[in-house]
Design a protein around this ligand. Structure first.
Ligand SMILES: [Zn+2]
Length: 317
């Protein structure tokens, strides 16, 4: 059976565990299987009964499955469900909630929630190059919909301070190219300049609104300002691509996820920008292939996910 091109084909194809292993190992080890622990290529032939390989070097955990060293490691959930969930999150235009995945794959909502967060790791943008040419920069606030919260939480959050639980997000958009978004501590100069310098090549043309935090970027960039108090567009000076992206992003977050804790927001940002950046010139199977190529070397434990470690601070975005 050839590799899947639609969700229906994917579910059938990956219901066979050998297909899952073949699909994953071909991408992970295009030049032959390598021990994920020591990197040795002295590895036994595949054991079809145990569905594992064994490293010839002497060390702990010599026997390994295709899951070891990927976002699927240590999960009791089968690859059939993992790959179906990955397909859905990669290709459903507005994302998919843990409730939907739970129902579709017959896992608990809590398991599905954890799965989706692990899969979002594979959706993180791995191109580290900077954006350039004509680049729009803009910020927005996300969240703070108190009416969707549990009563006790709501009381806690509503007290007095209006926008306090809204999370500031900055977007950087290369016209004709990719969008990148990240959570920022505030909209002050230091935070915004740091993001611009991190993501935009010096000498590029920069379009922003009149927020004073963007002042002084003209030393390194051809900085053009559109003052929204006067007009929204002046020739090619505007931030409309990002304005459009924000409304798309917010629609997706509201429609599918209802409310997102600020702590987890960057994961949803990664998810939405991945789908946006790869929406064109690629079919569902190719997009899925790209994600599967990014599952290696990433782990997300429950403790980390639920905030026992300050992971948001170590996140590159
Ligand atoms: Zn080894």
């Amino acid at each position: 059976m050839s590799e899947p091109k639609s969700l229906q084909e994917a579910i059938i194809y990956f219901s066979n565990p050998d297909n899952c292993i073949a699909y994953l190992s071909a991408r992970r080890w295009p030049n032959g299987v390598i021990c994920p622990l020591c990197g040795s290529d002295s590895v036994s032939a595949f054991n079809p009964k145990r569905r594992t390989w064994k490293c010839a070097k002497h060390h702990a955990k010599r026997e390994f499955s295709v899951k070891v060293g990927t976002i699927f490691e240590d999960s009791p959930i089968g690859l059939d469900k993992w790959l179906a969930a990955t397909w859905m999150l990669t290709n459903c235009k507005n994302g998919i909630s843990s409730y939907e995945v739970g129902r579709a794959l017959r896992v608990t909502q809590k398991s599905a929630w954890f799965m989706l967060h692990r899969i979002r790791l594979a959706l993180q943008d791995e191109s580290f190059g900077k954006l350039g040419g004509e680049v729009e920069v803009d910020e927005t606030f996300i969240g703070g919909k108190a009416r969707n919260m549990h009563l006790s939480k709501r009381a806690q959050r509503i007290t007095g301070t209006g926008g306090k639980d809204k999370t500031p997000v900055v977007g950087i958009f290369e016209r004709g190219g990719k969008v990148r978004t990240s959570v920022i501590p505030n909209r002050r100069k230091k935070a915004l300049h740091a993001k611009v310098r991190e993501h935009v090549t010096v000498g590029s043309i920069l379009f922003t609104d009149a927020l004073p935090s963007y002042n002084d970027l003209e030393k390194d960039y051809a900085h053009q300002i559109i003052d929204h108090a006067v007009a929204y567009v002046n020739g090619n000076v505007h931030t409309n691509s990002l304005e459009n992206y924000w409304s798309l992003l917010k629609r997706g977050l509201k429609g599918t996820y209802v409310s997102v804790e600020p702590f987890h927001l960057f994961r949803y940002l990664d998810e939405q920008s991945f789908r946006y950046n790869y929406r064109k010139n690629m079919n569902d199977g190719e997009r899925f292939d790209l994600v599967v190529n990014q599952i290696v070397g990433k782990r997300l434990t429950w403790d980390k996910l639920t905030g026992k470690l300050p992971e948001i601070e170590t996140c590159p975005n």
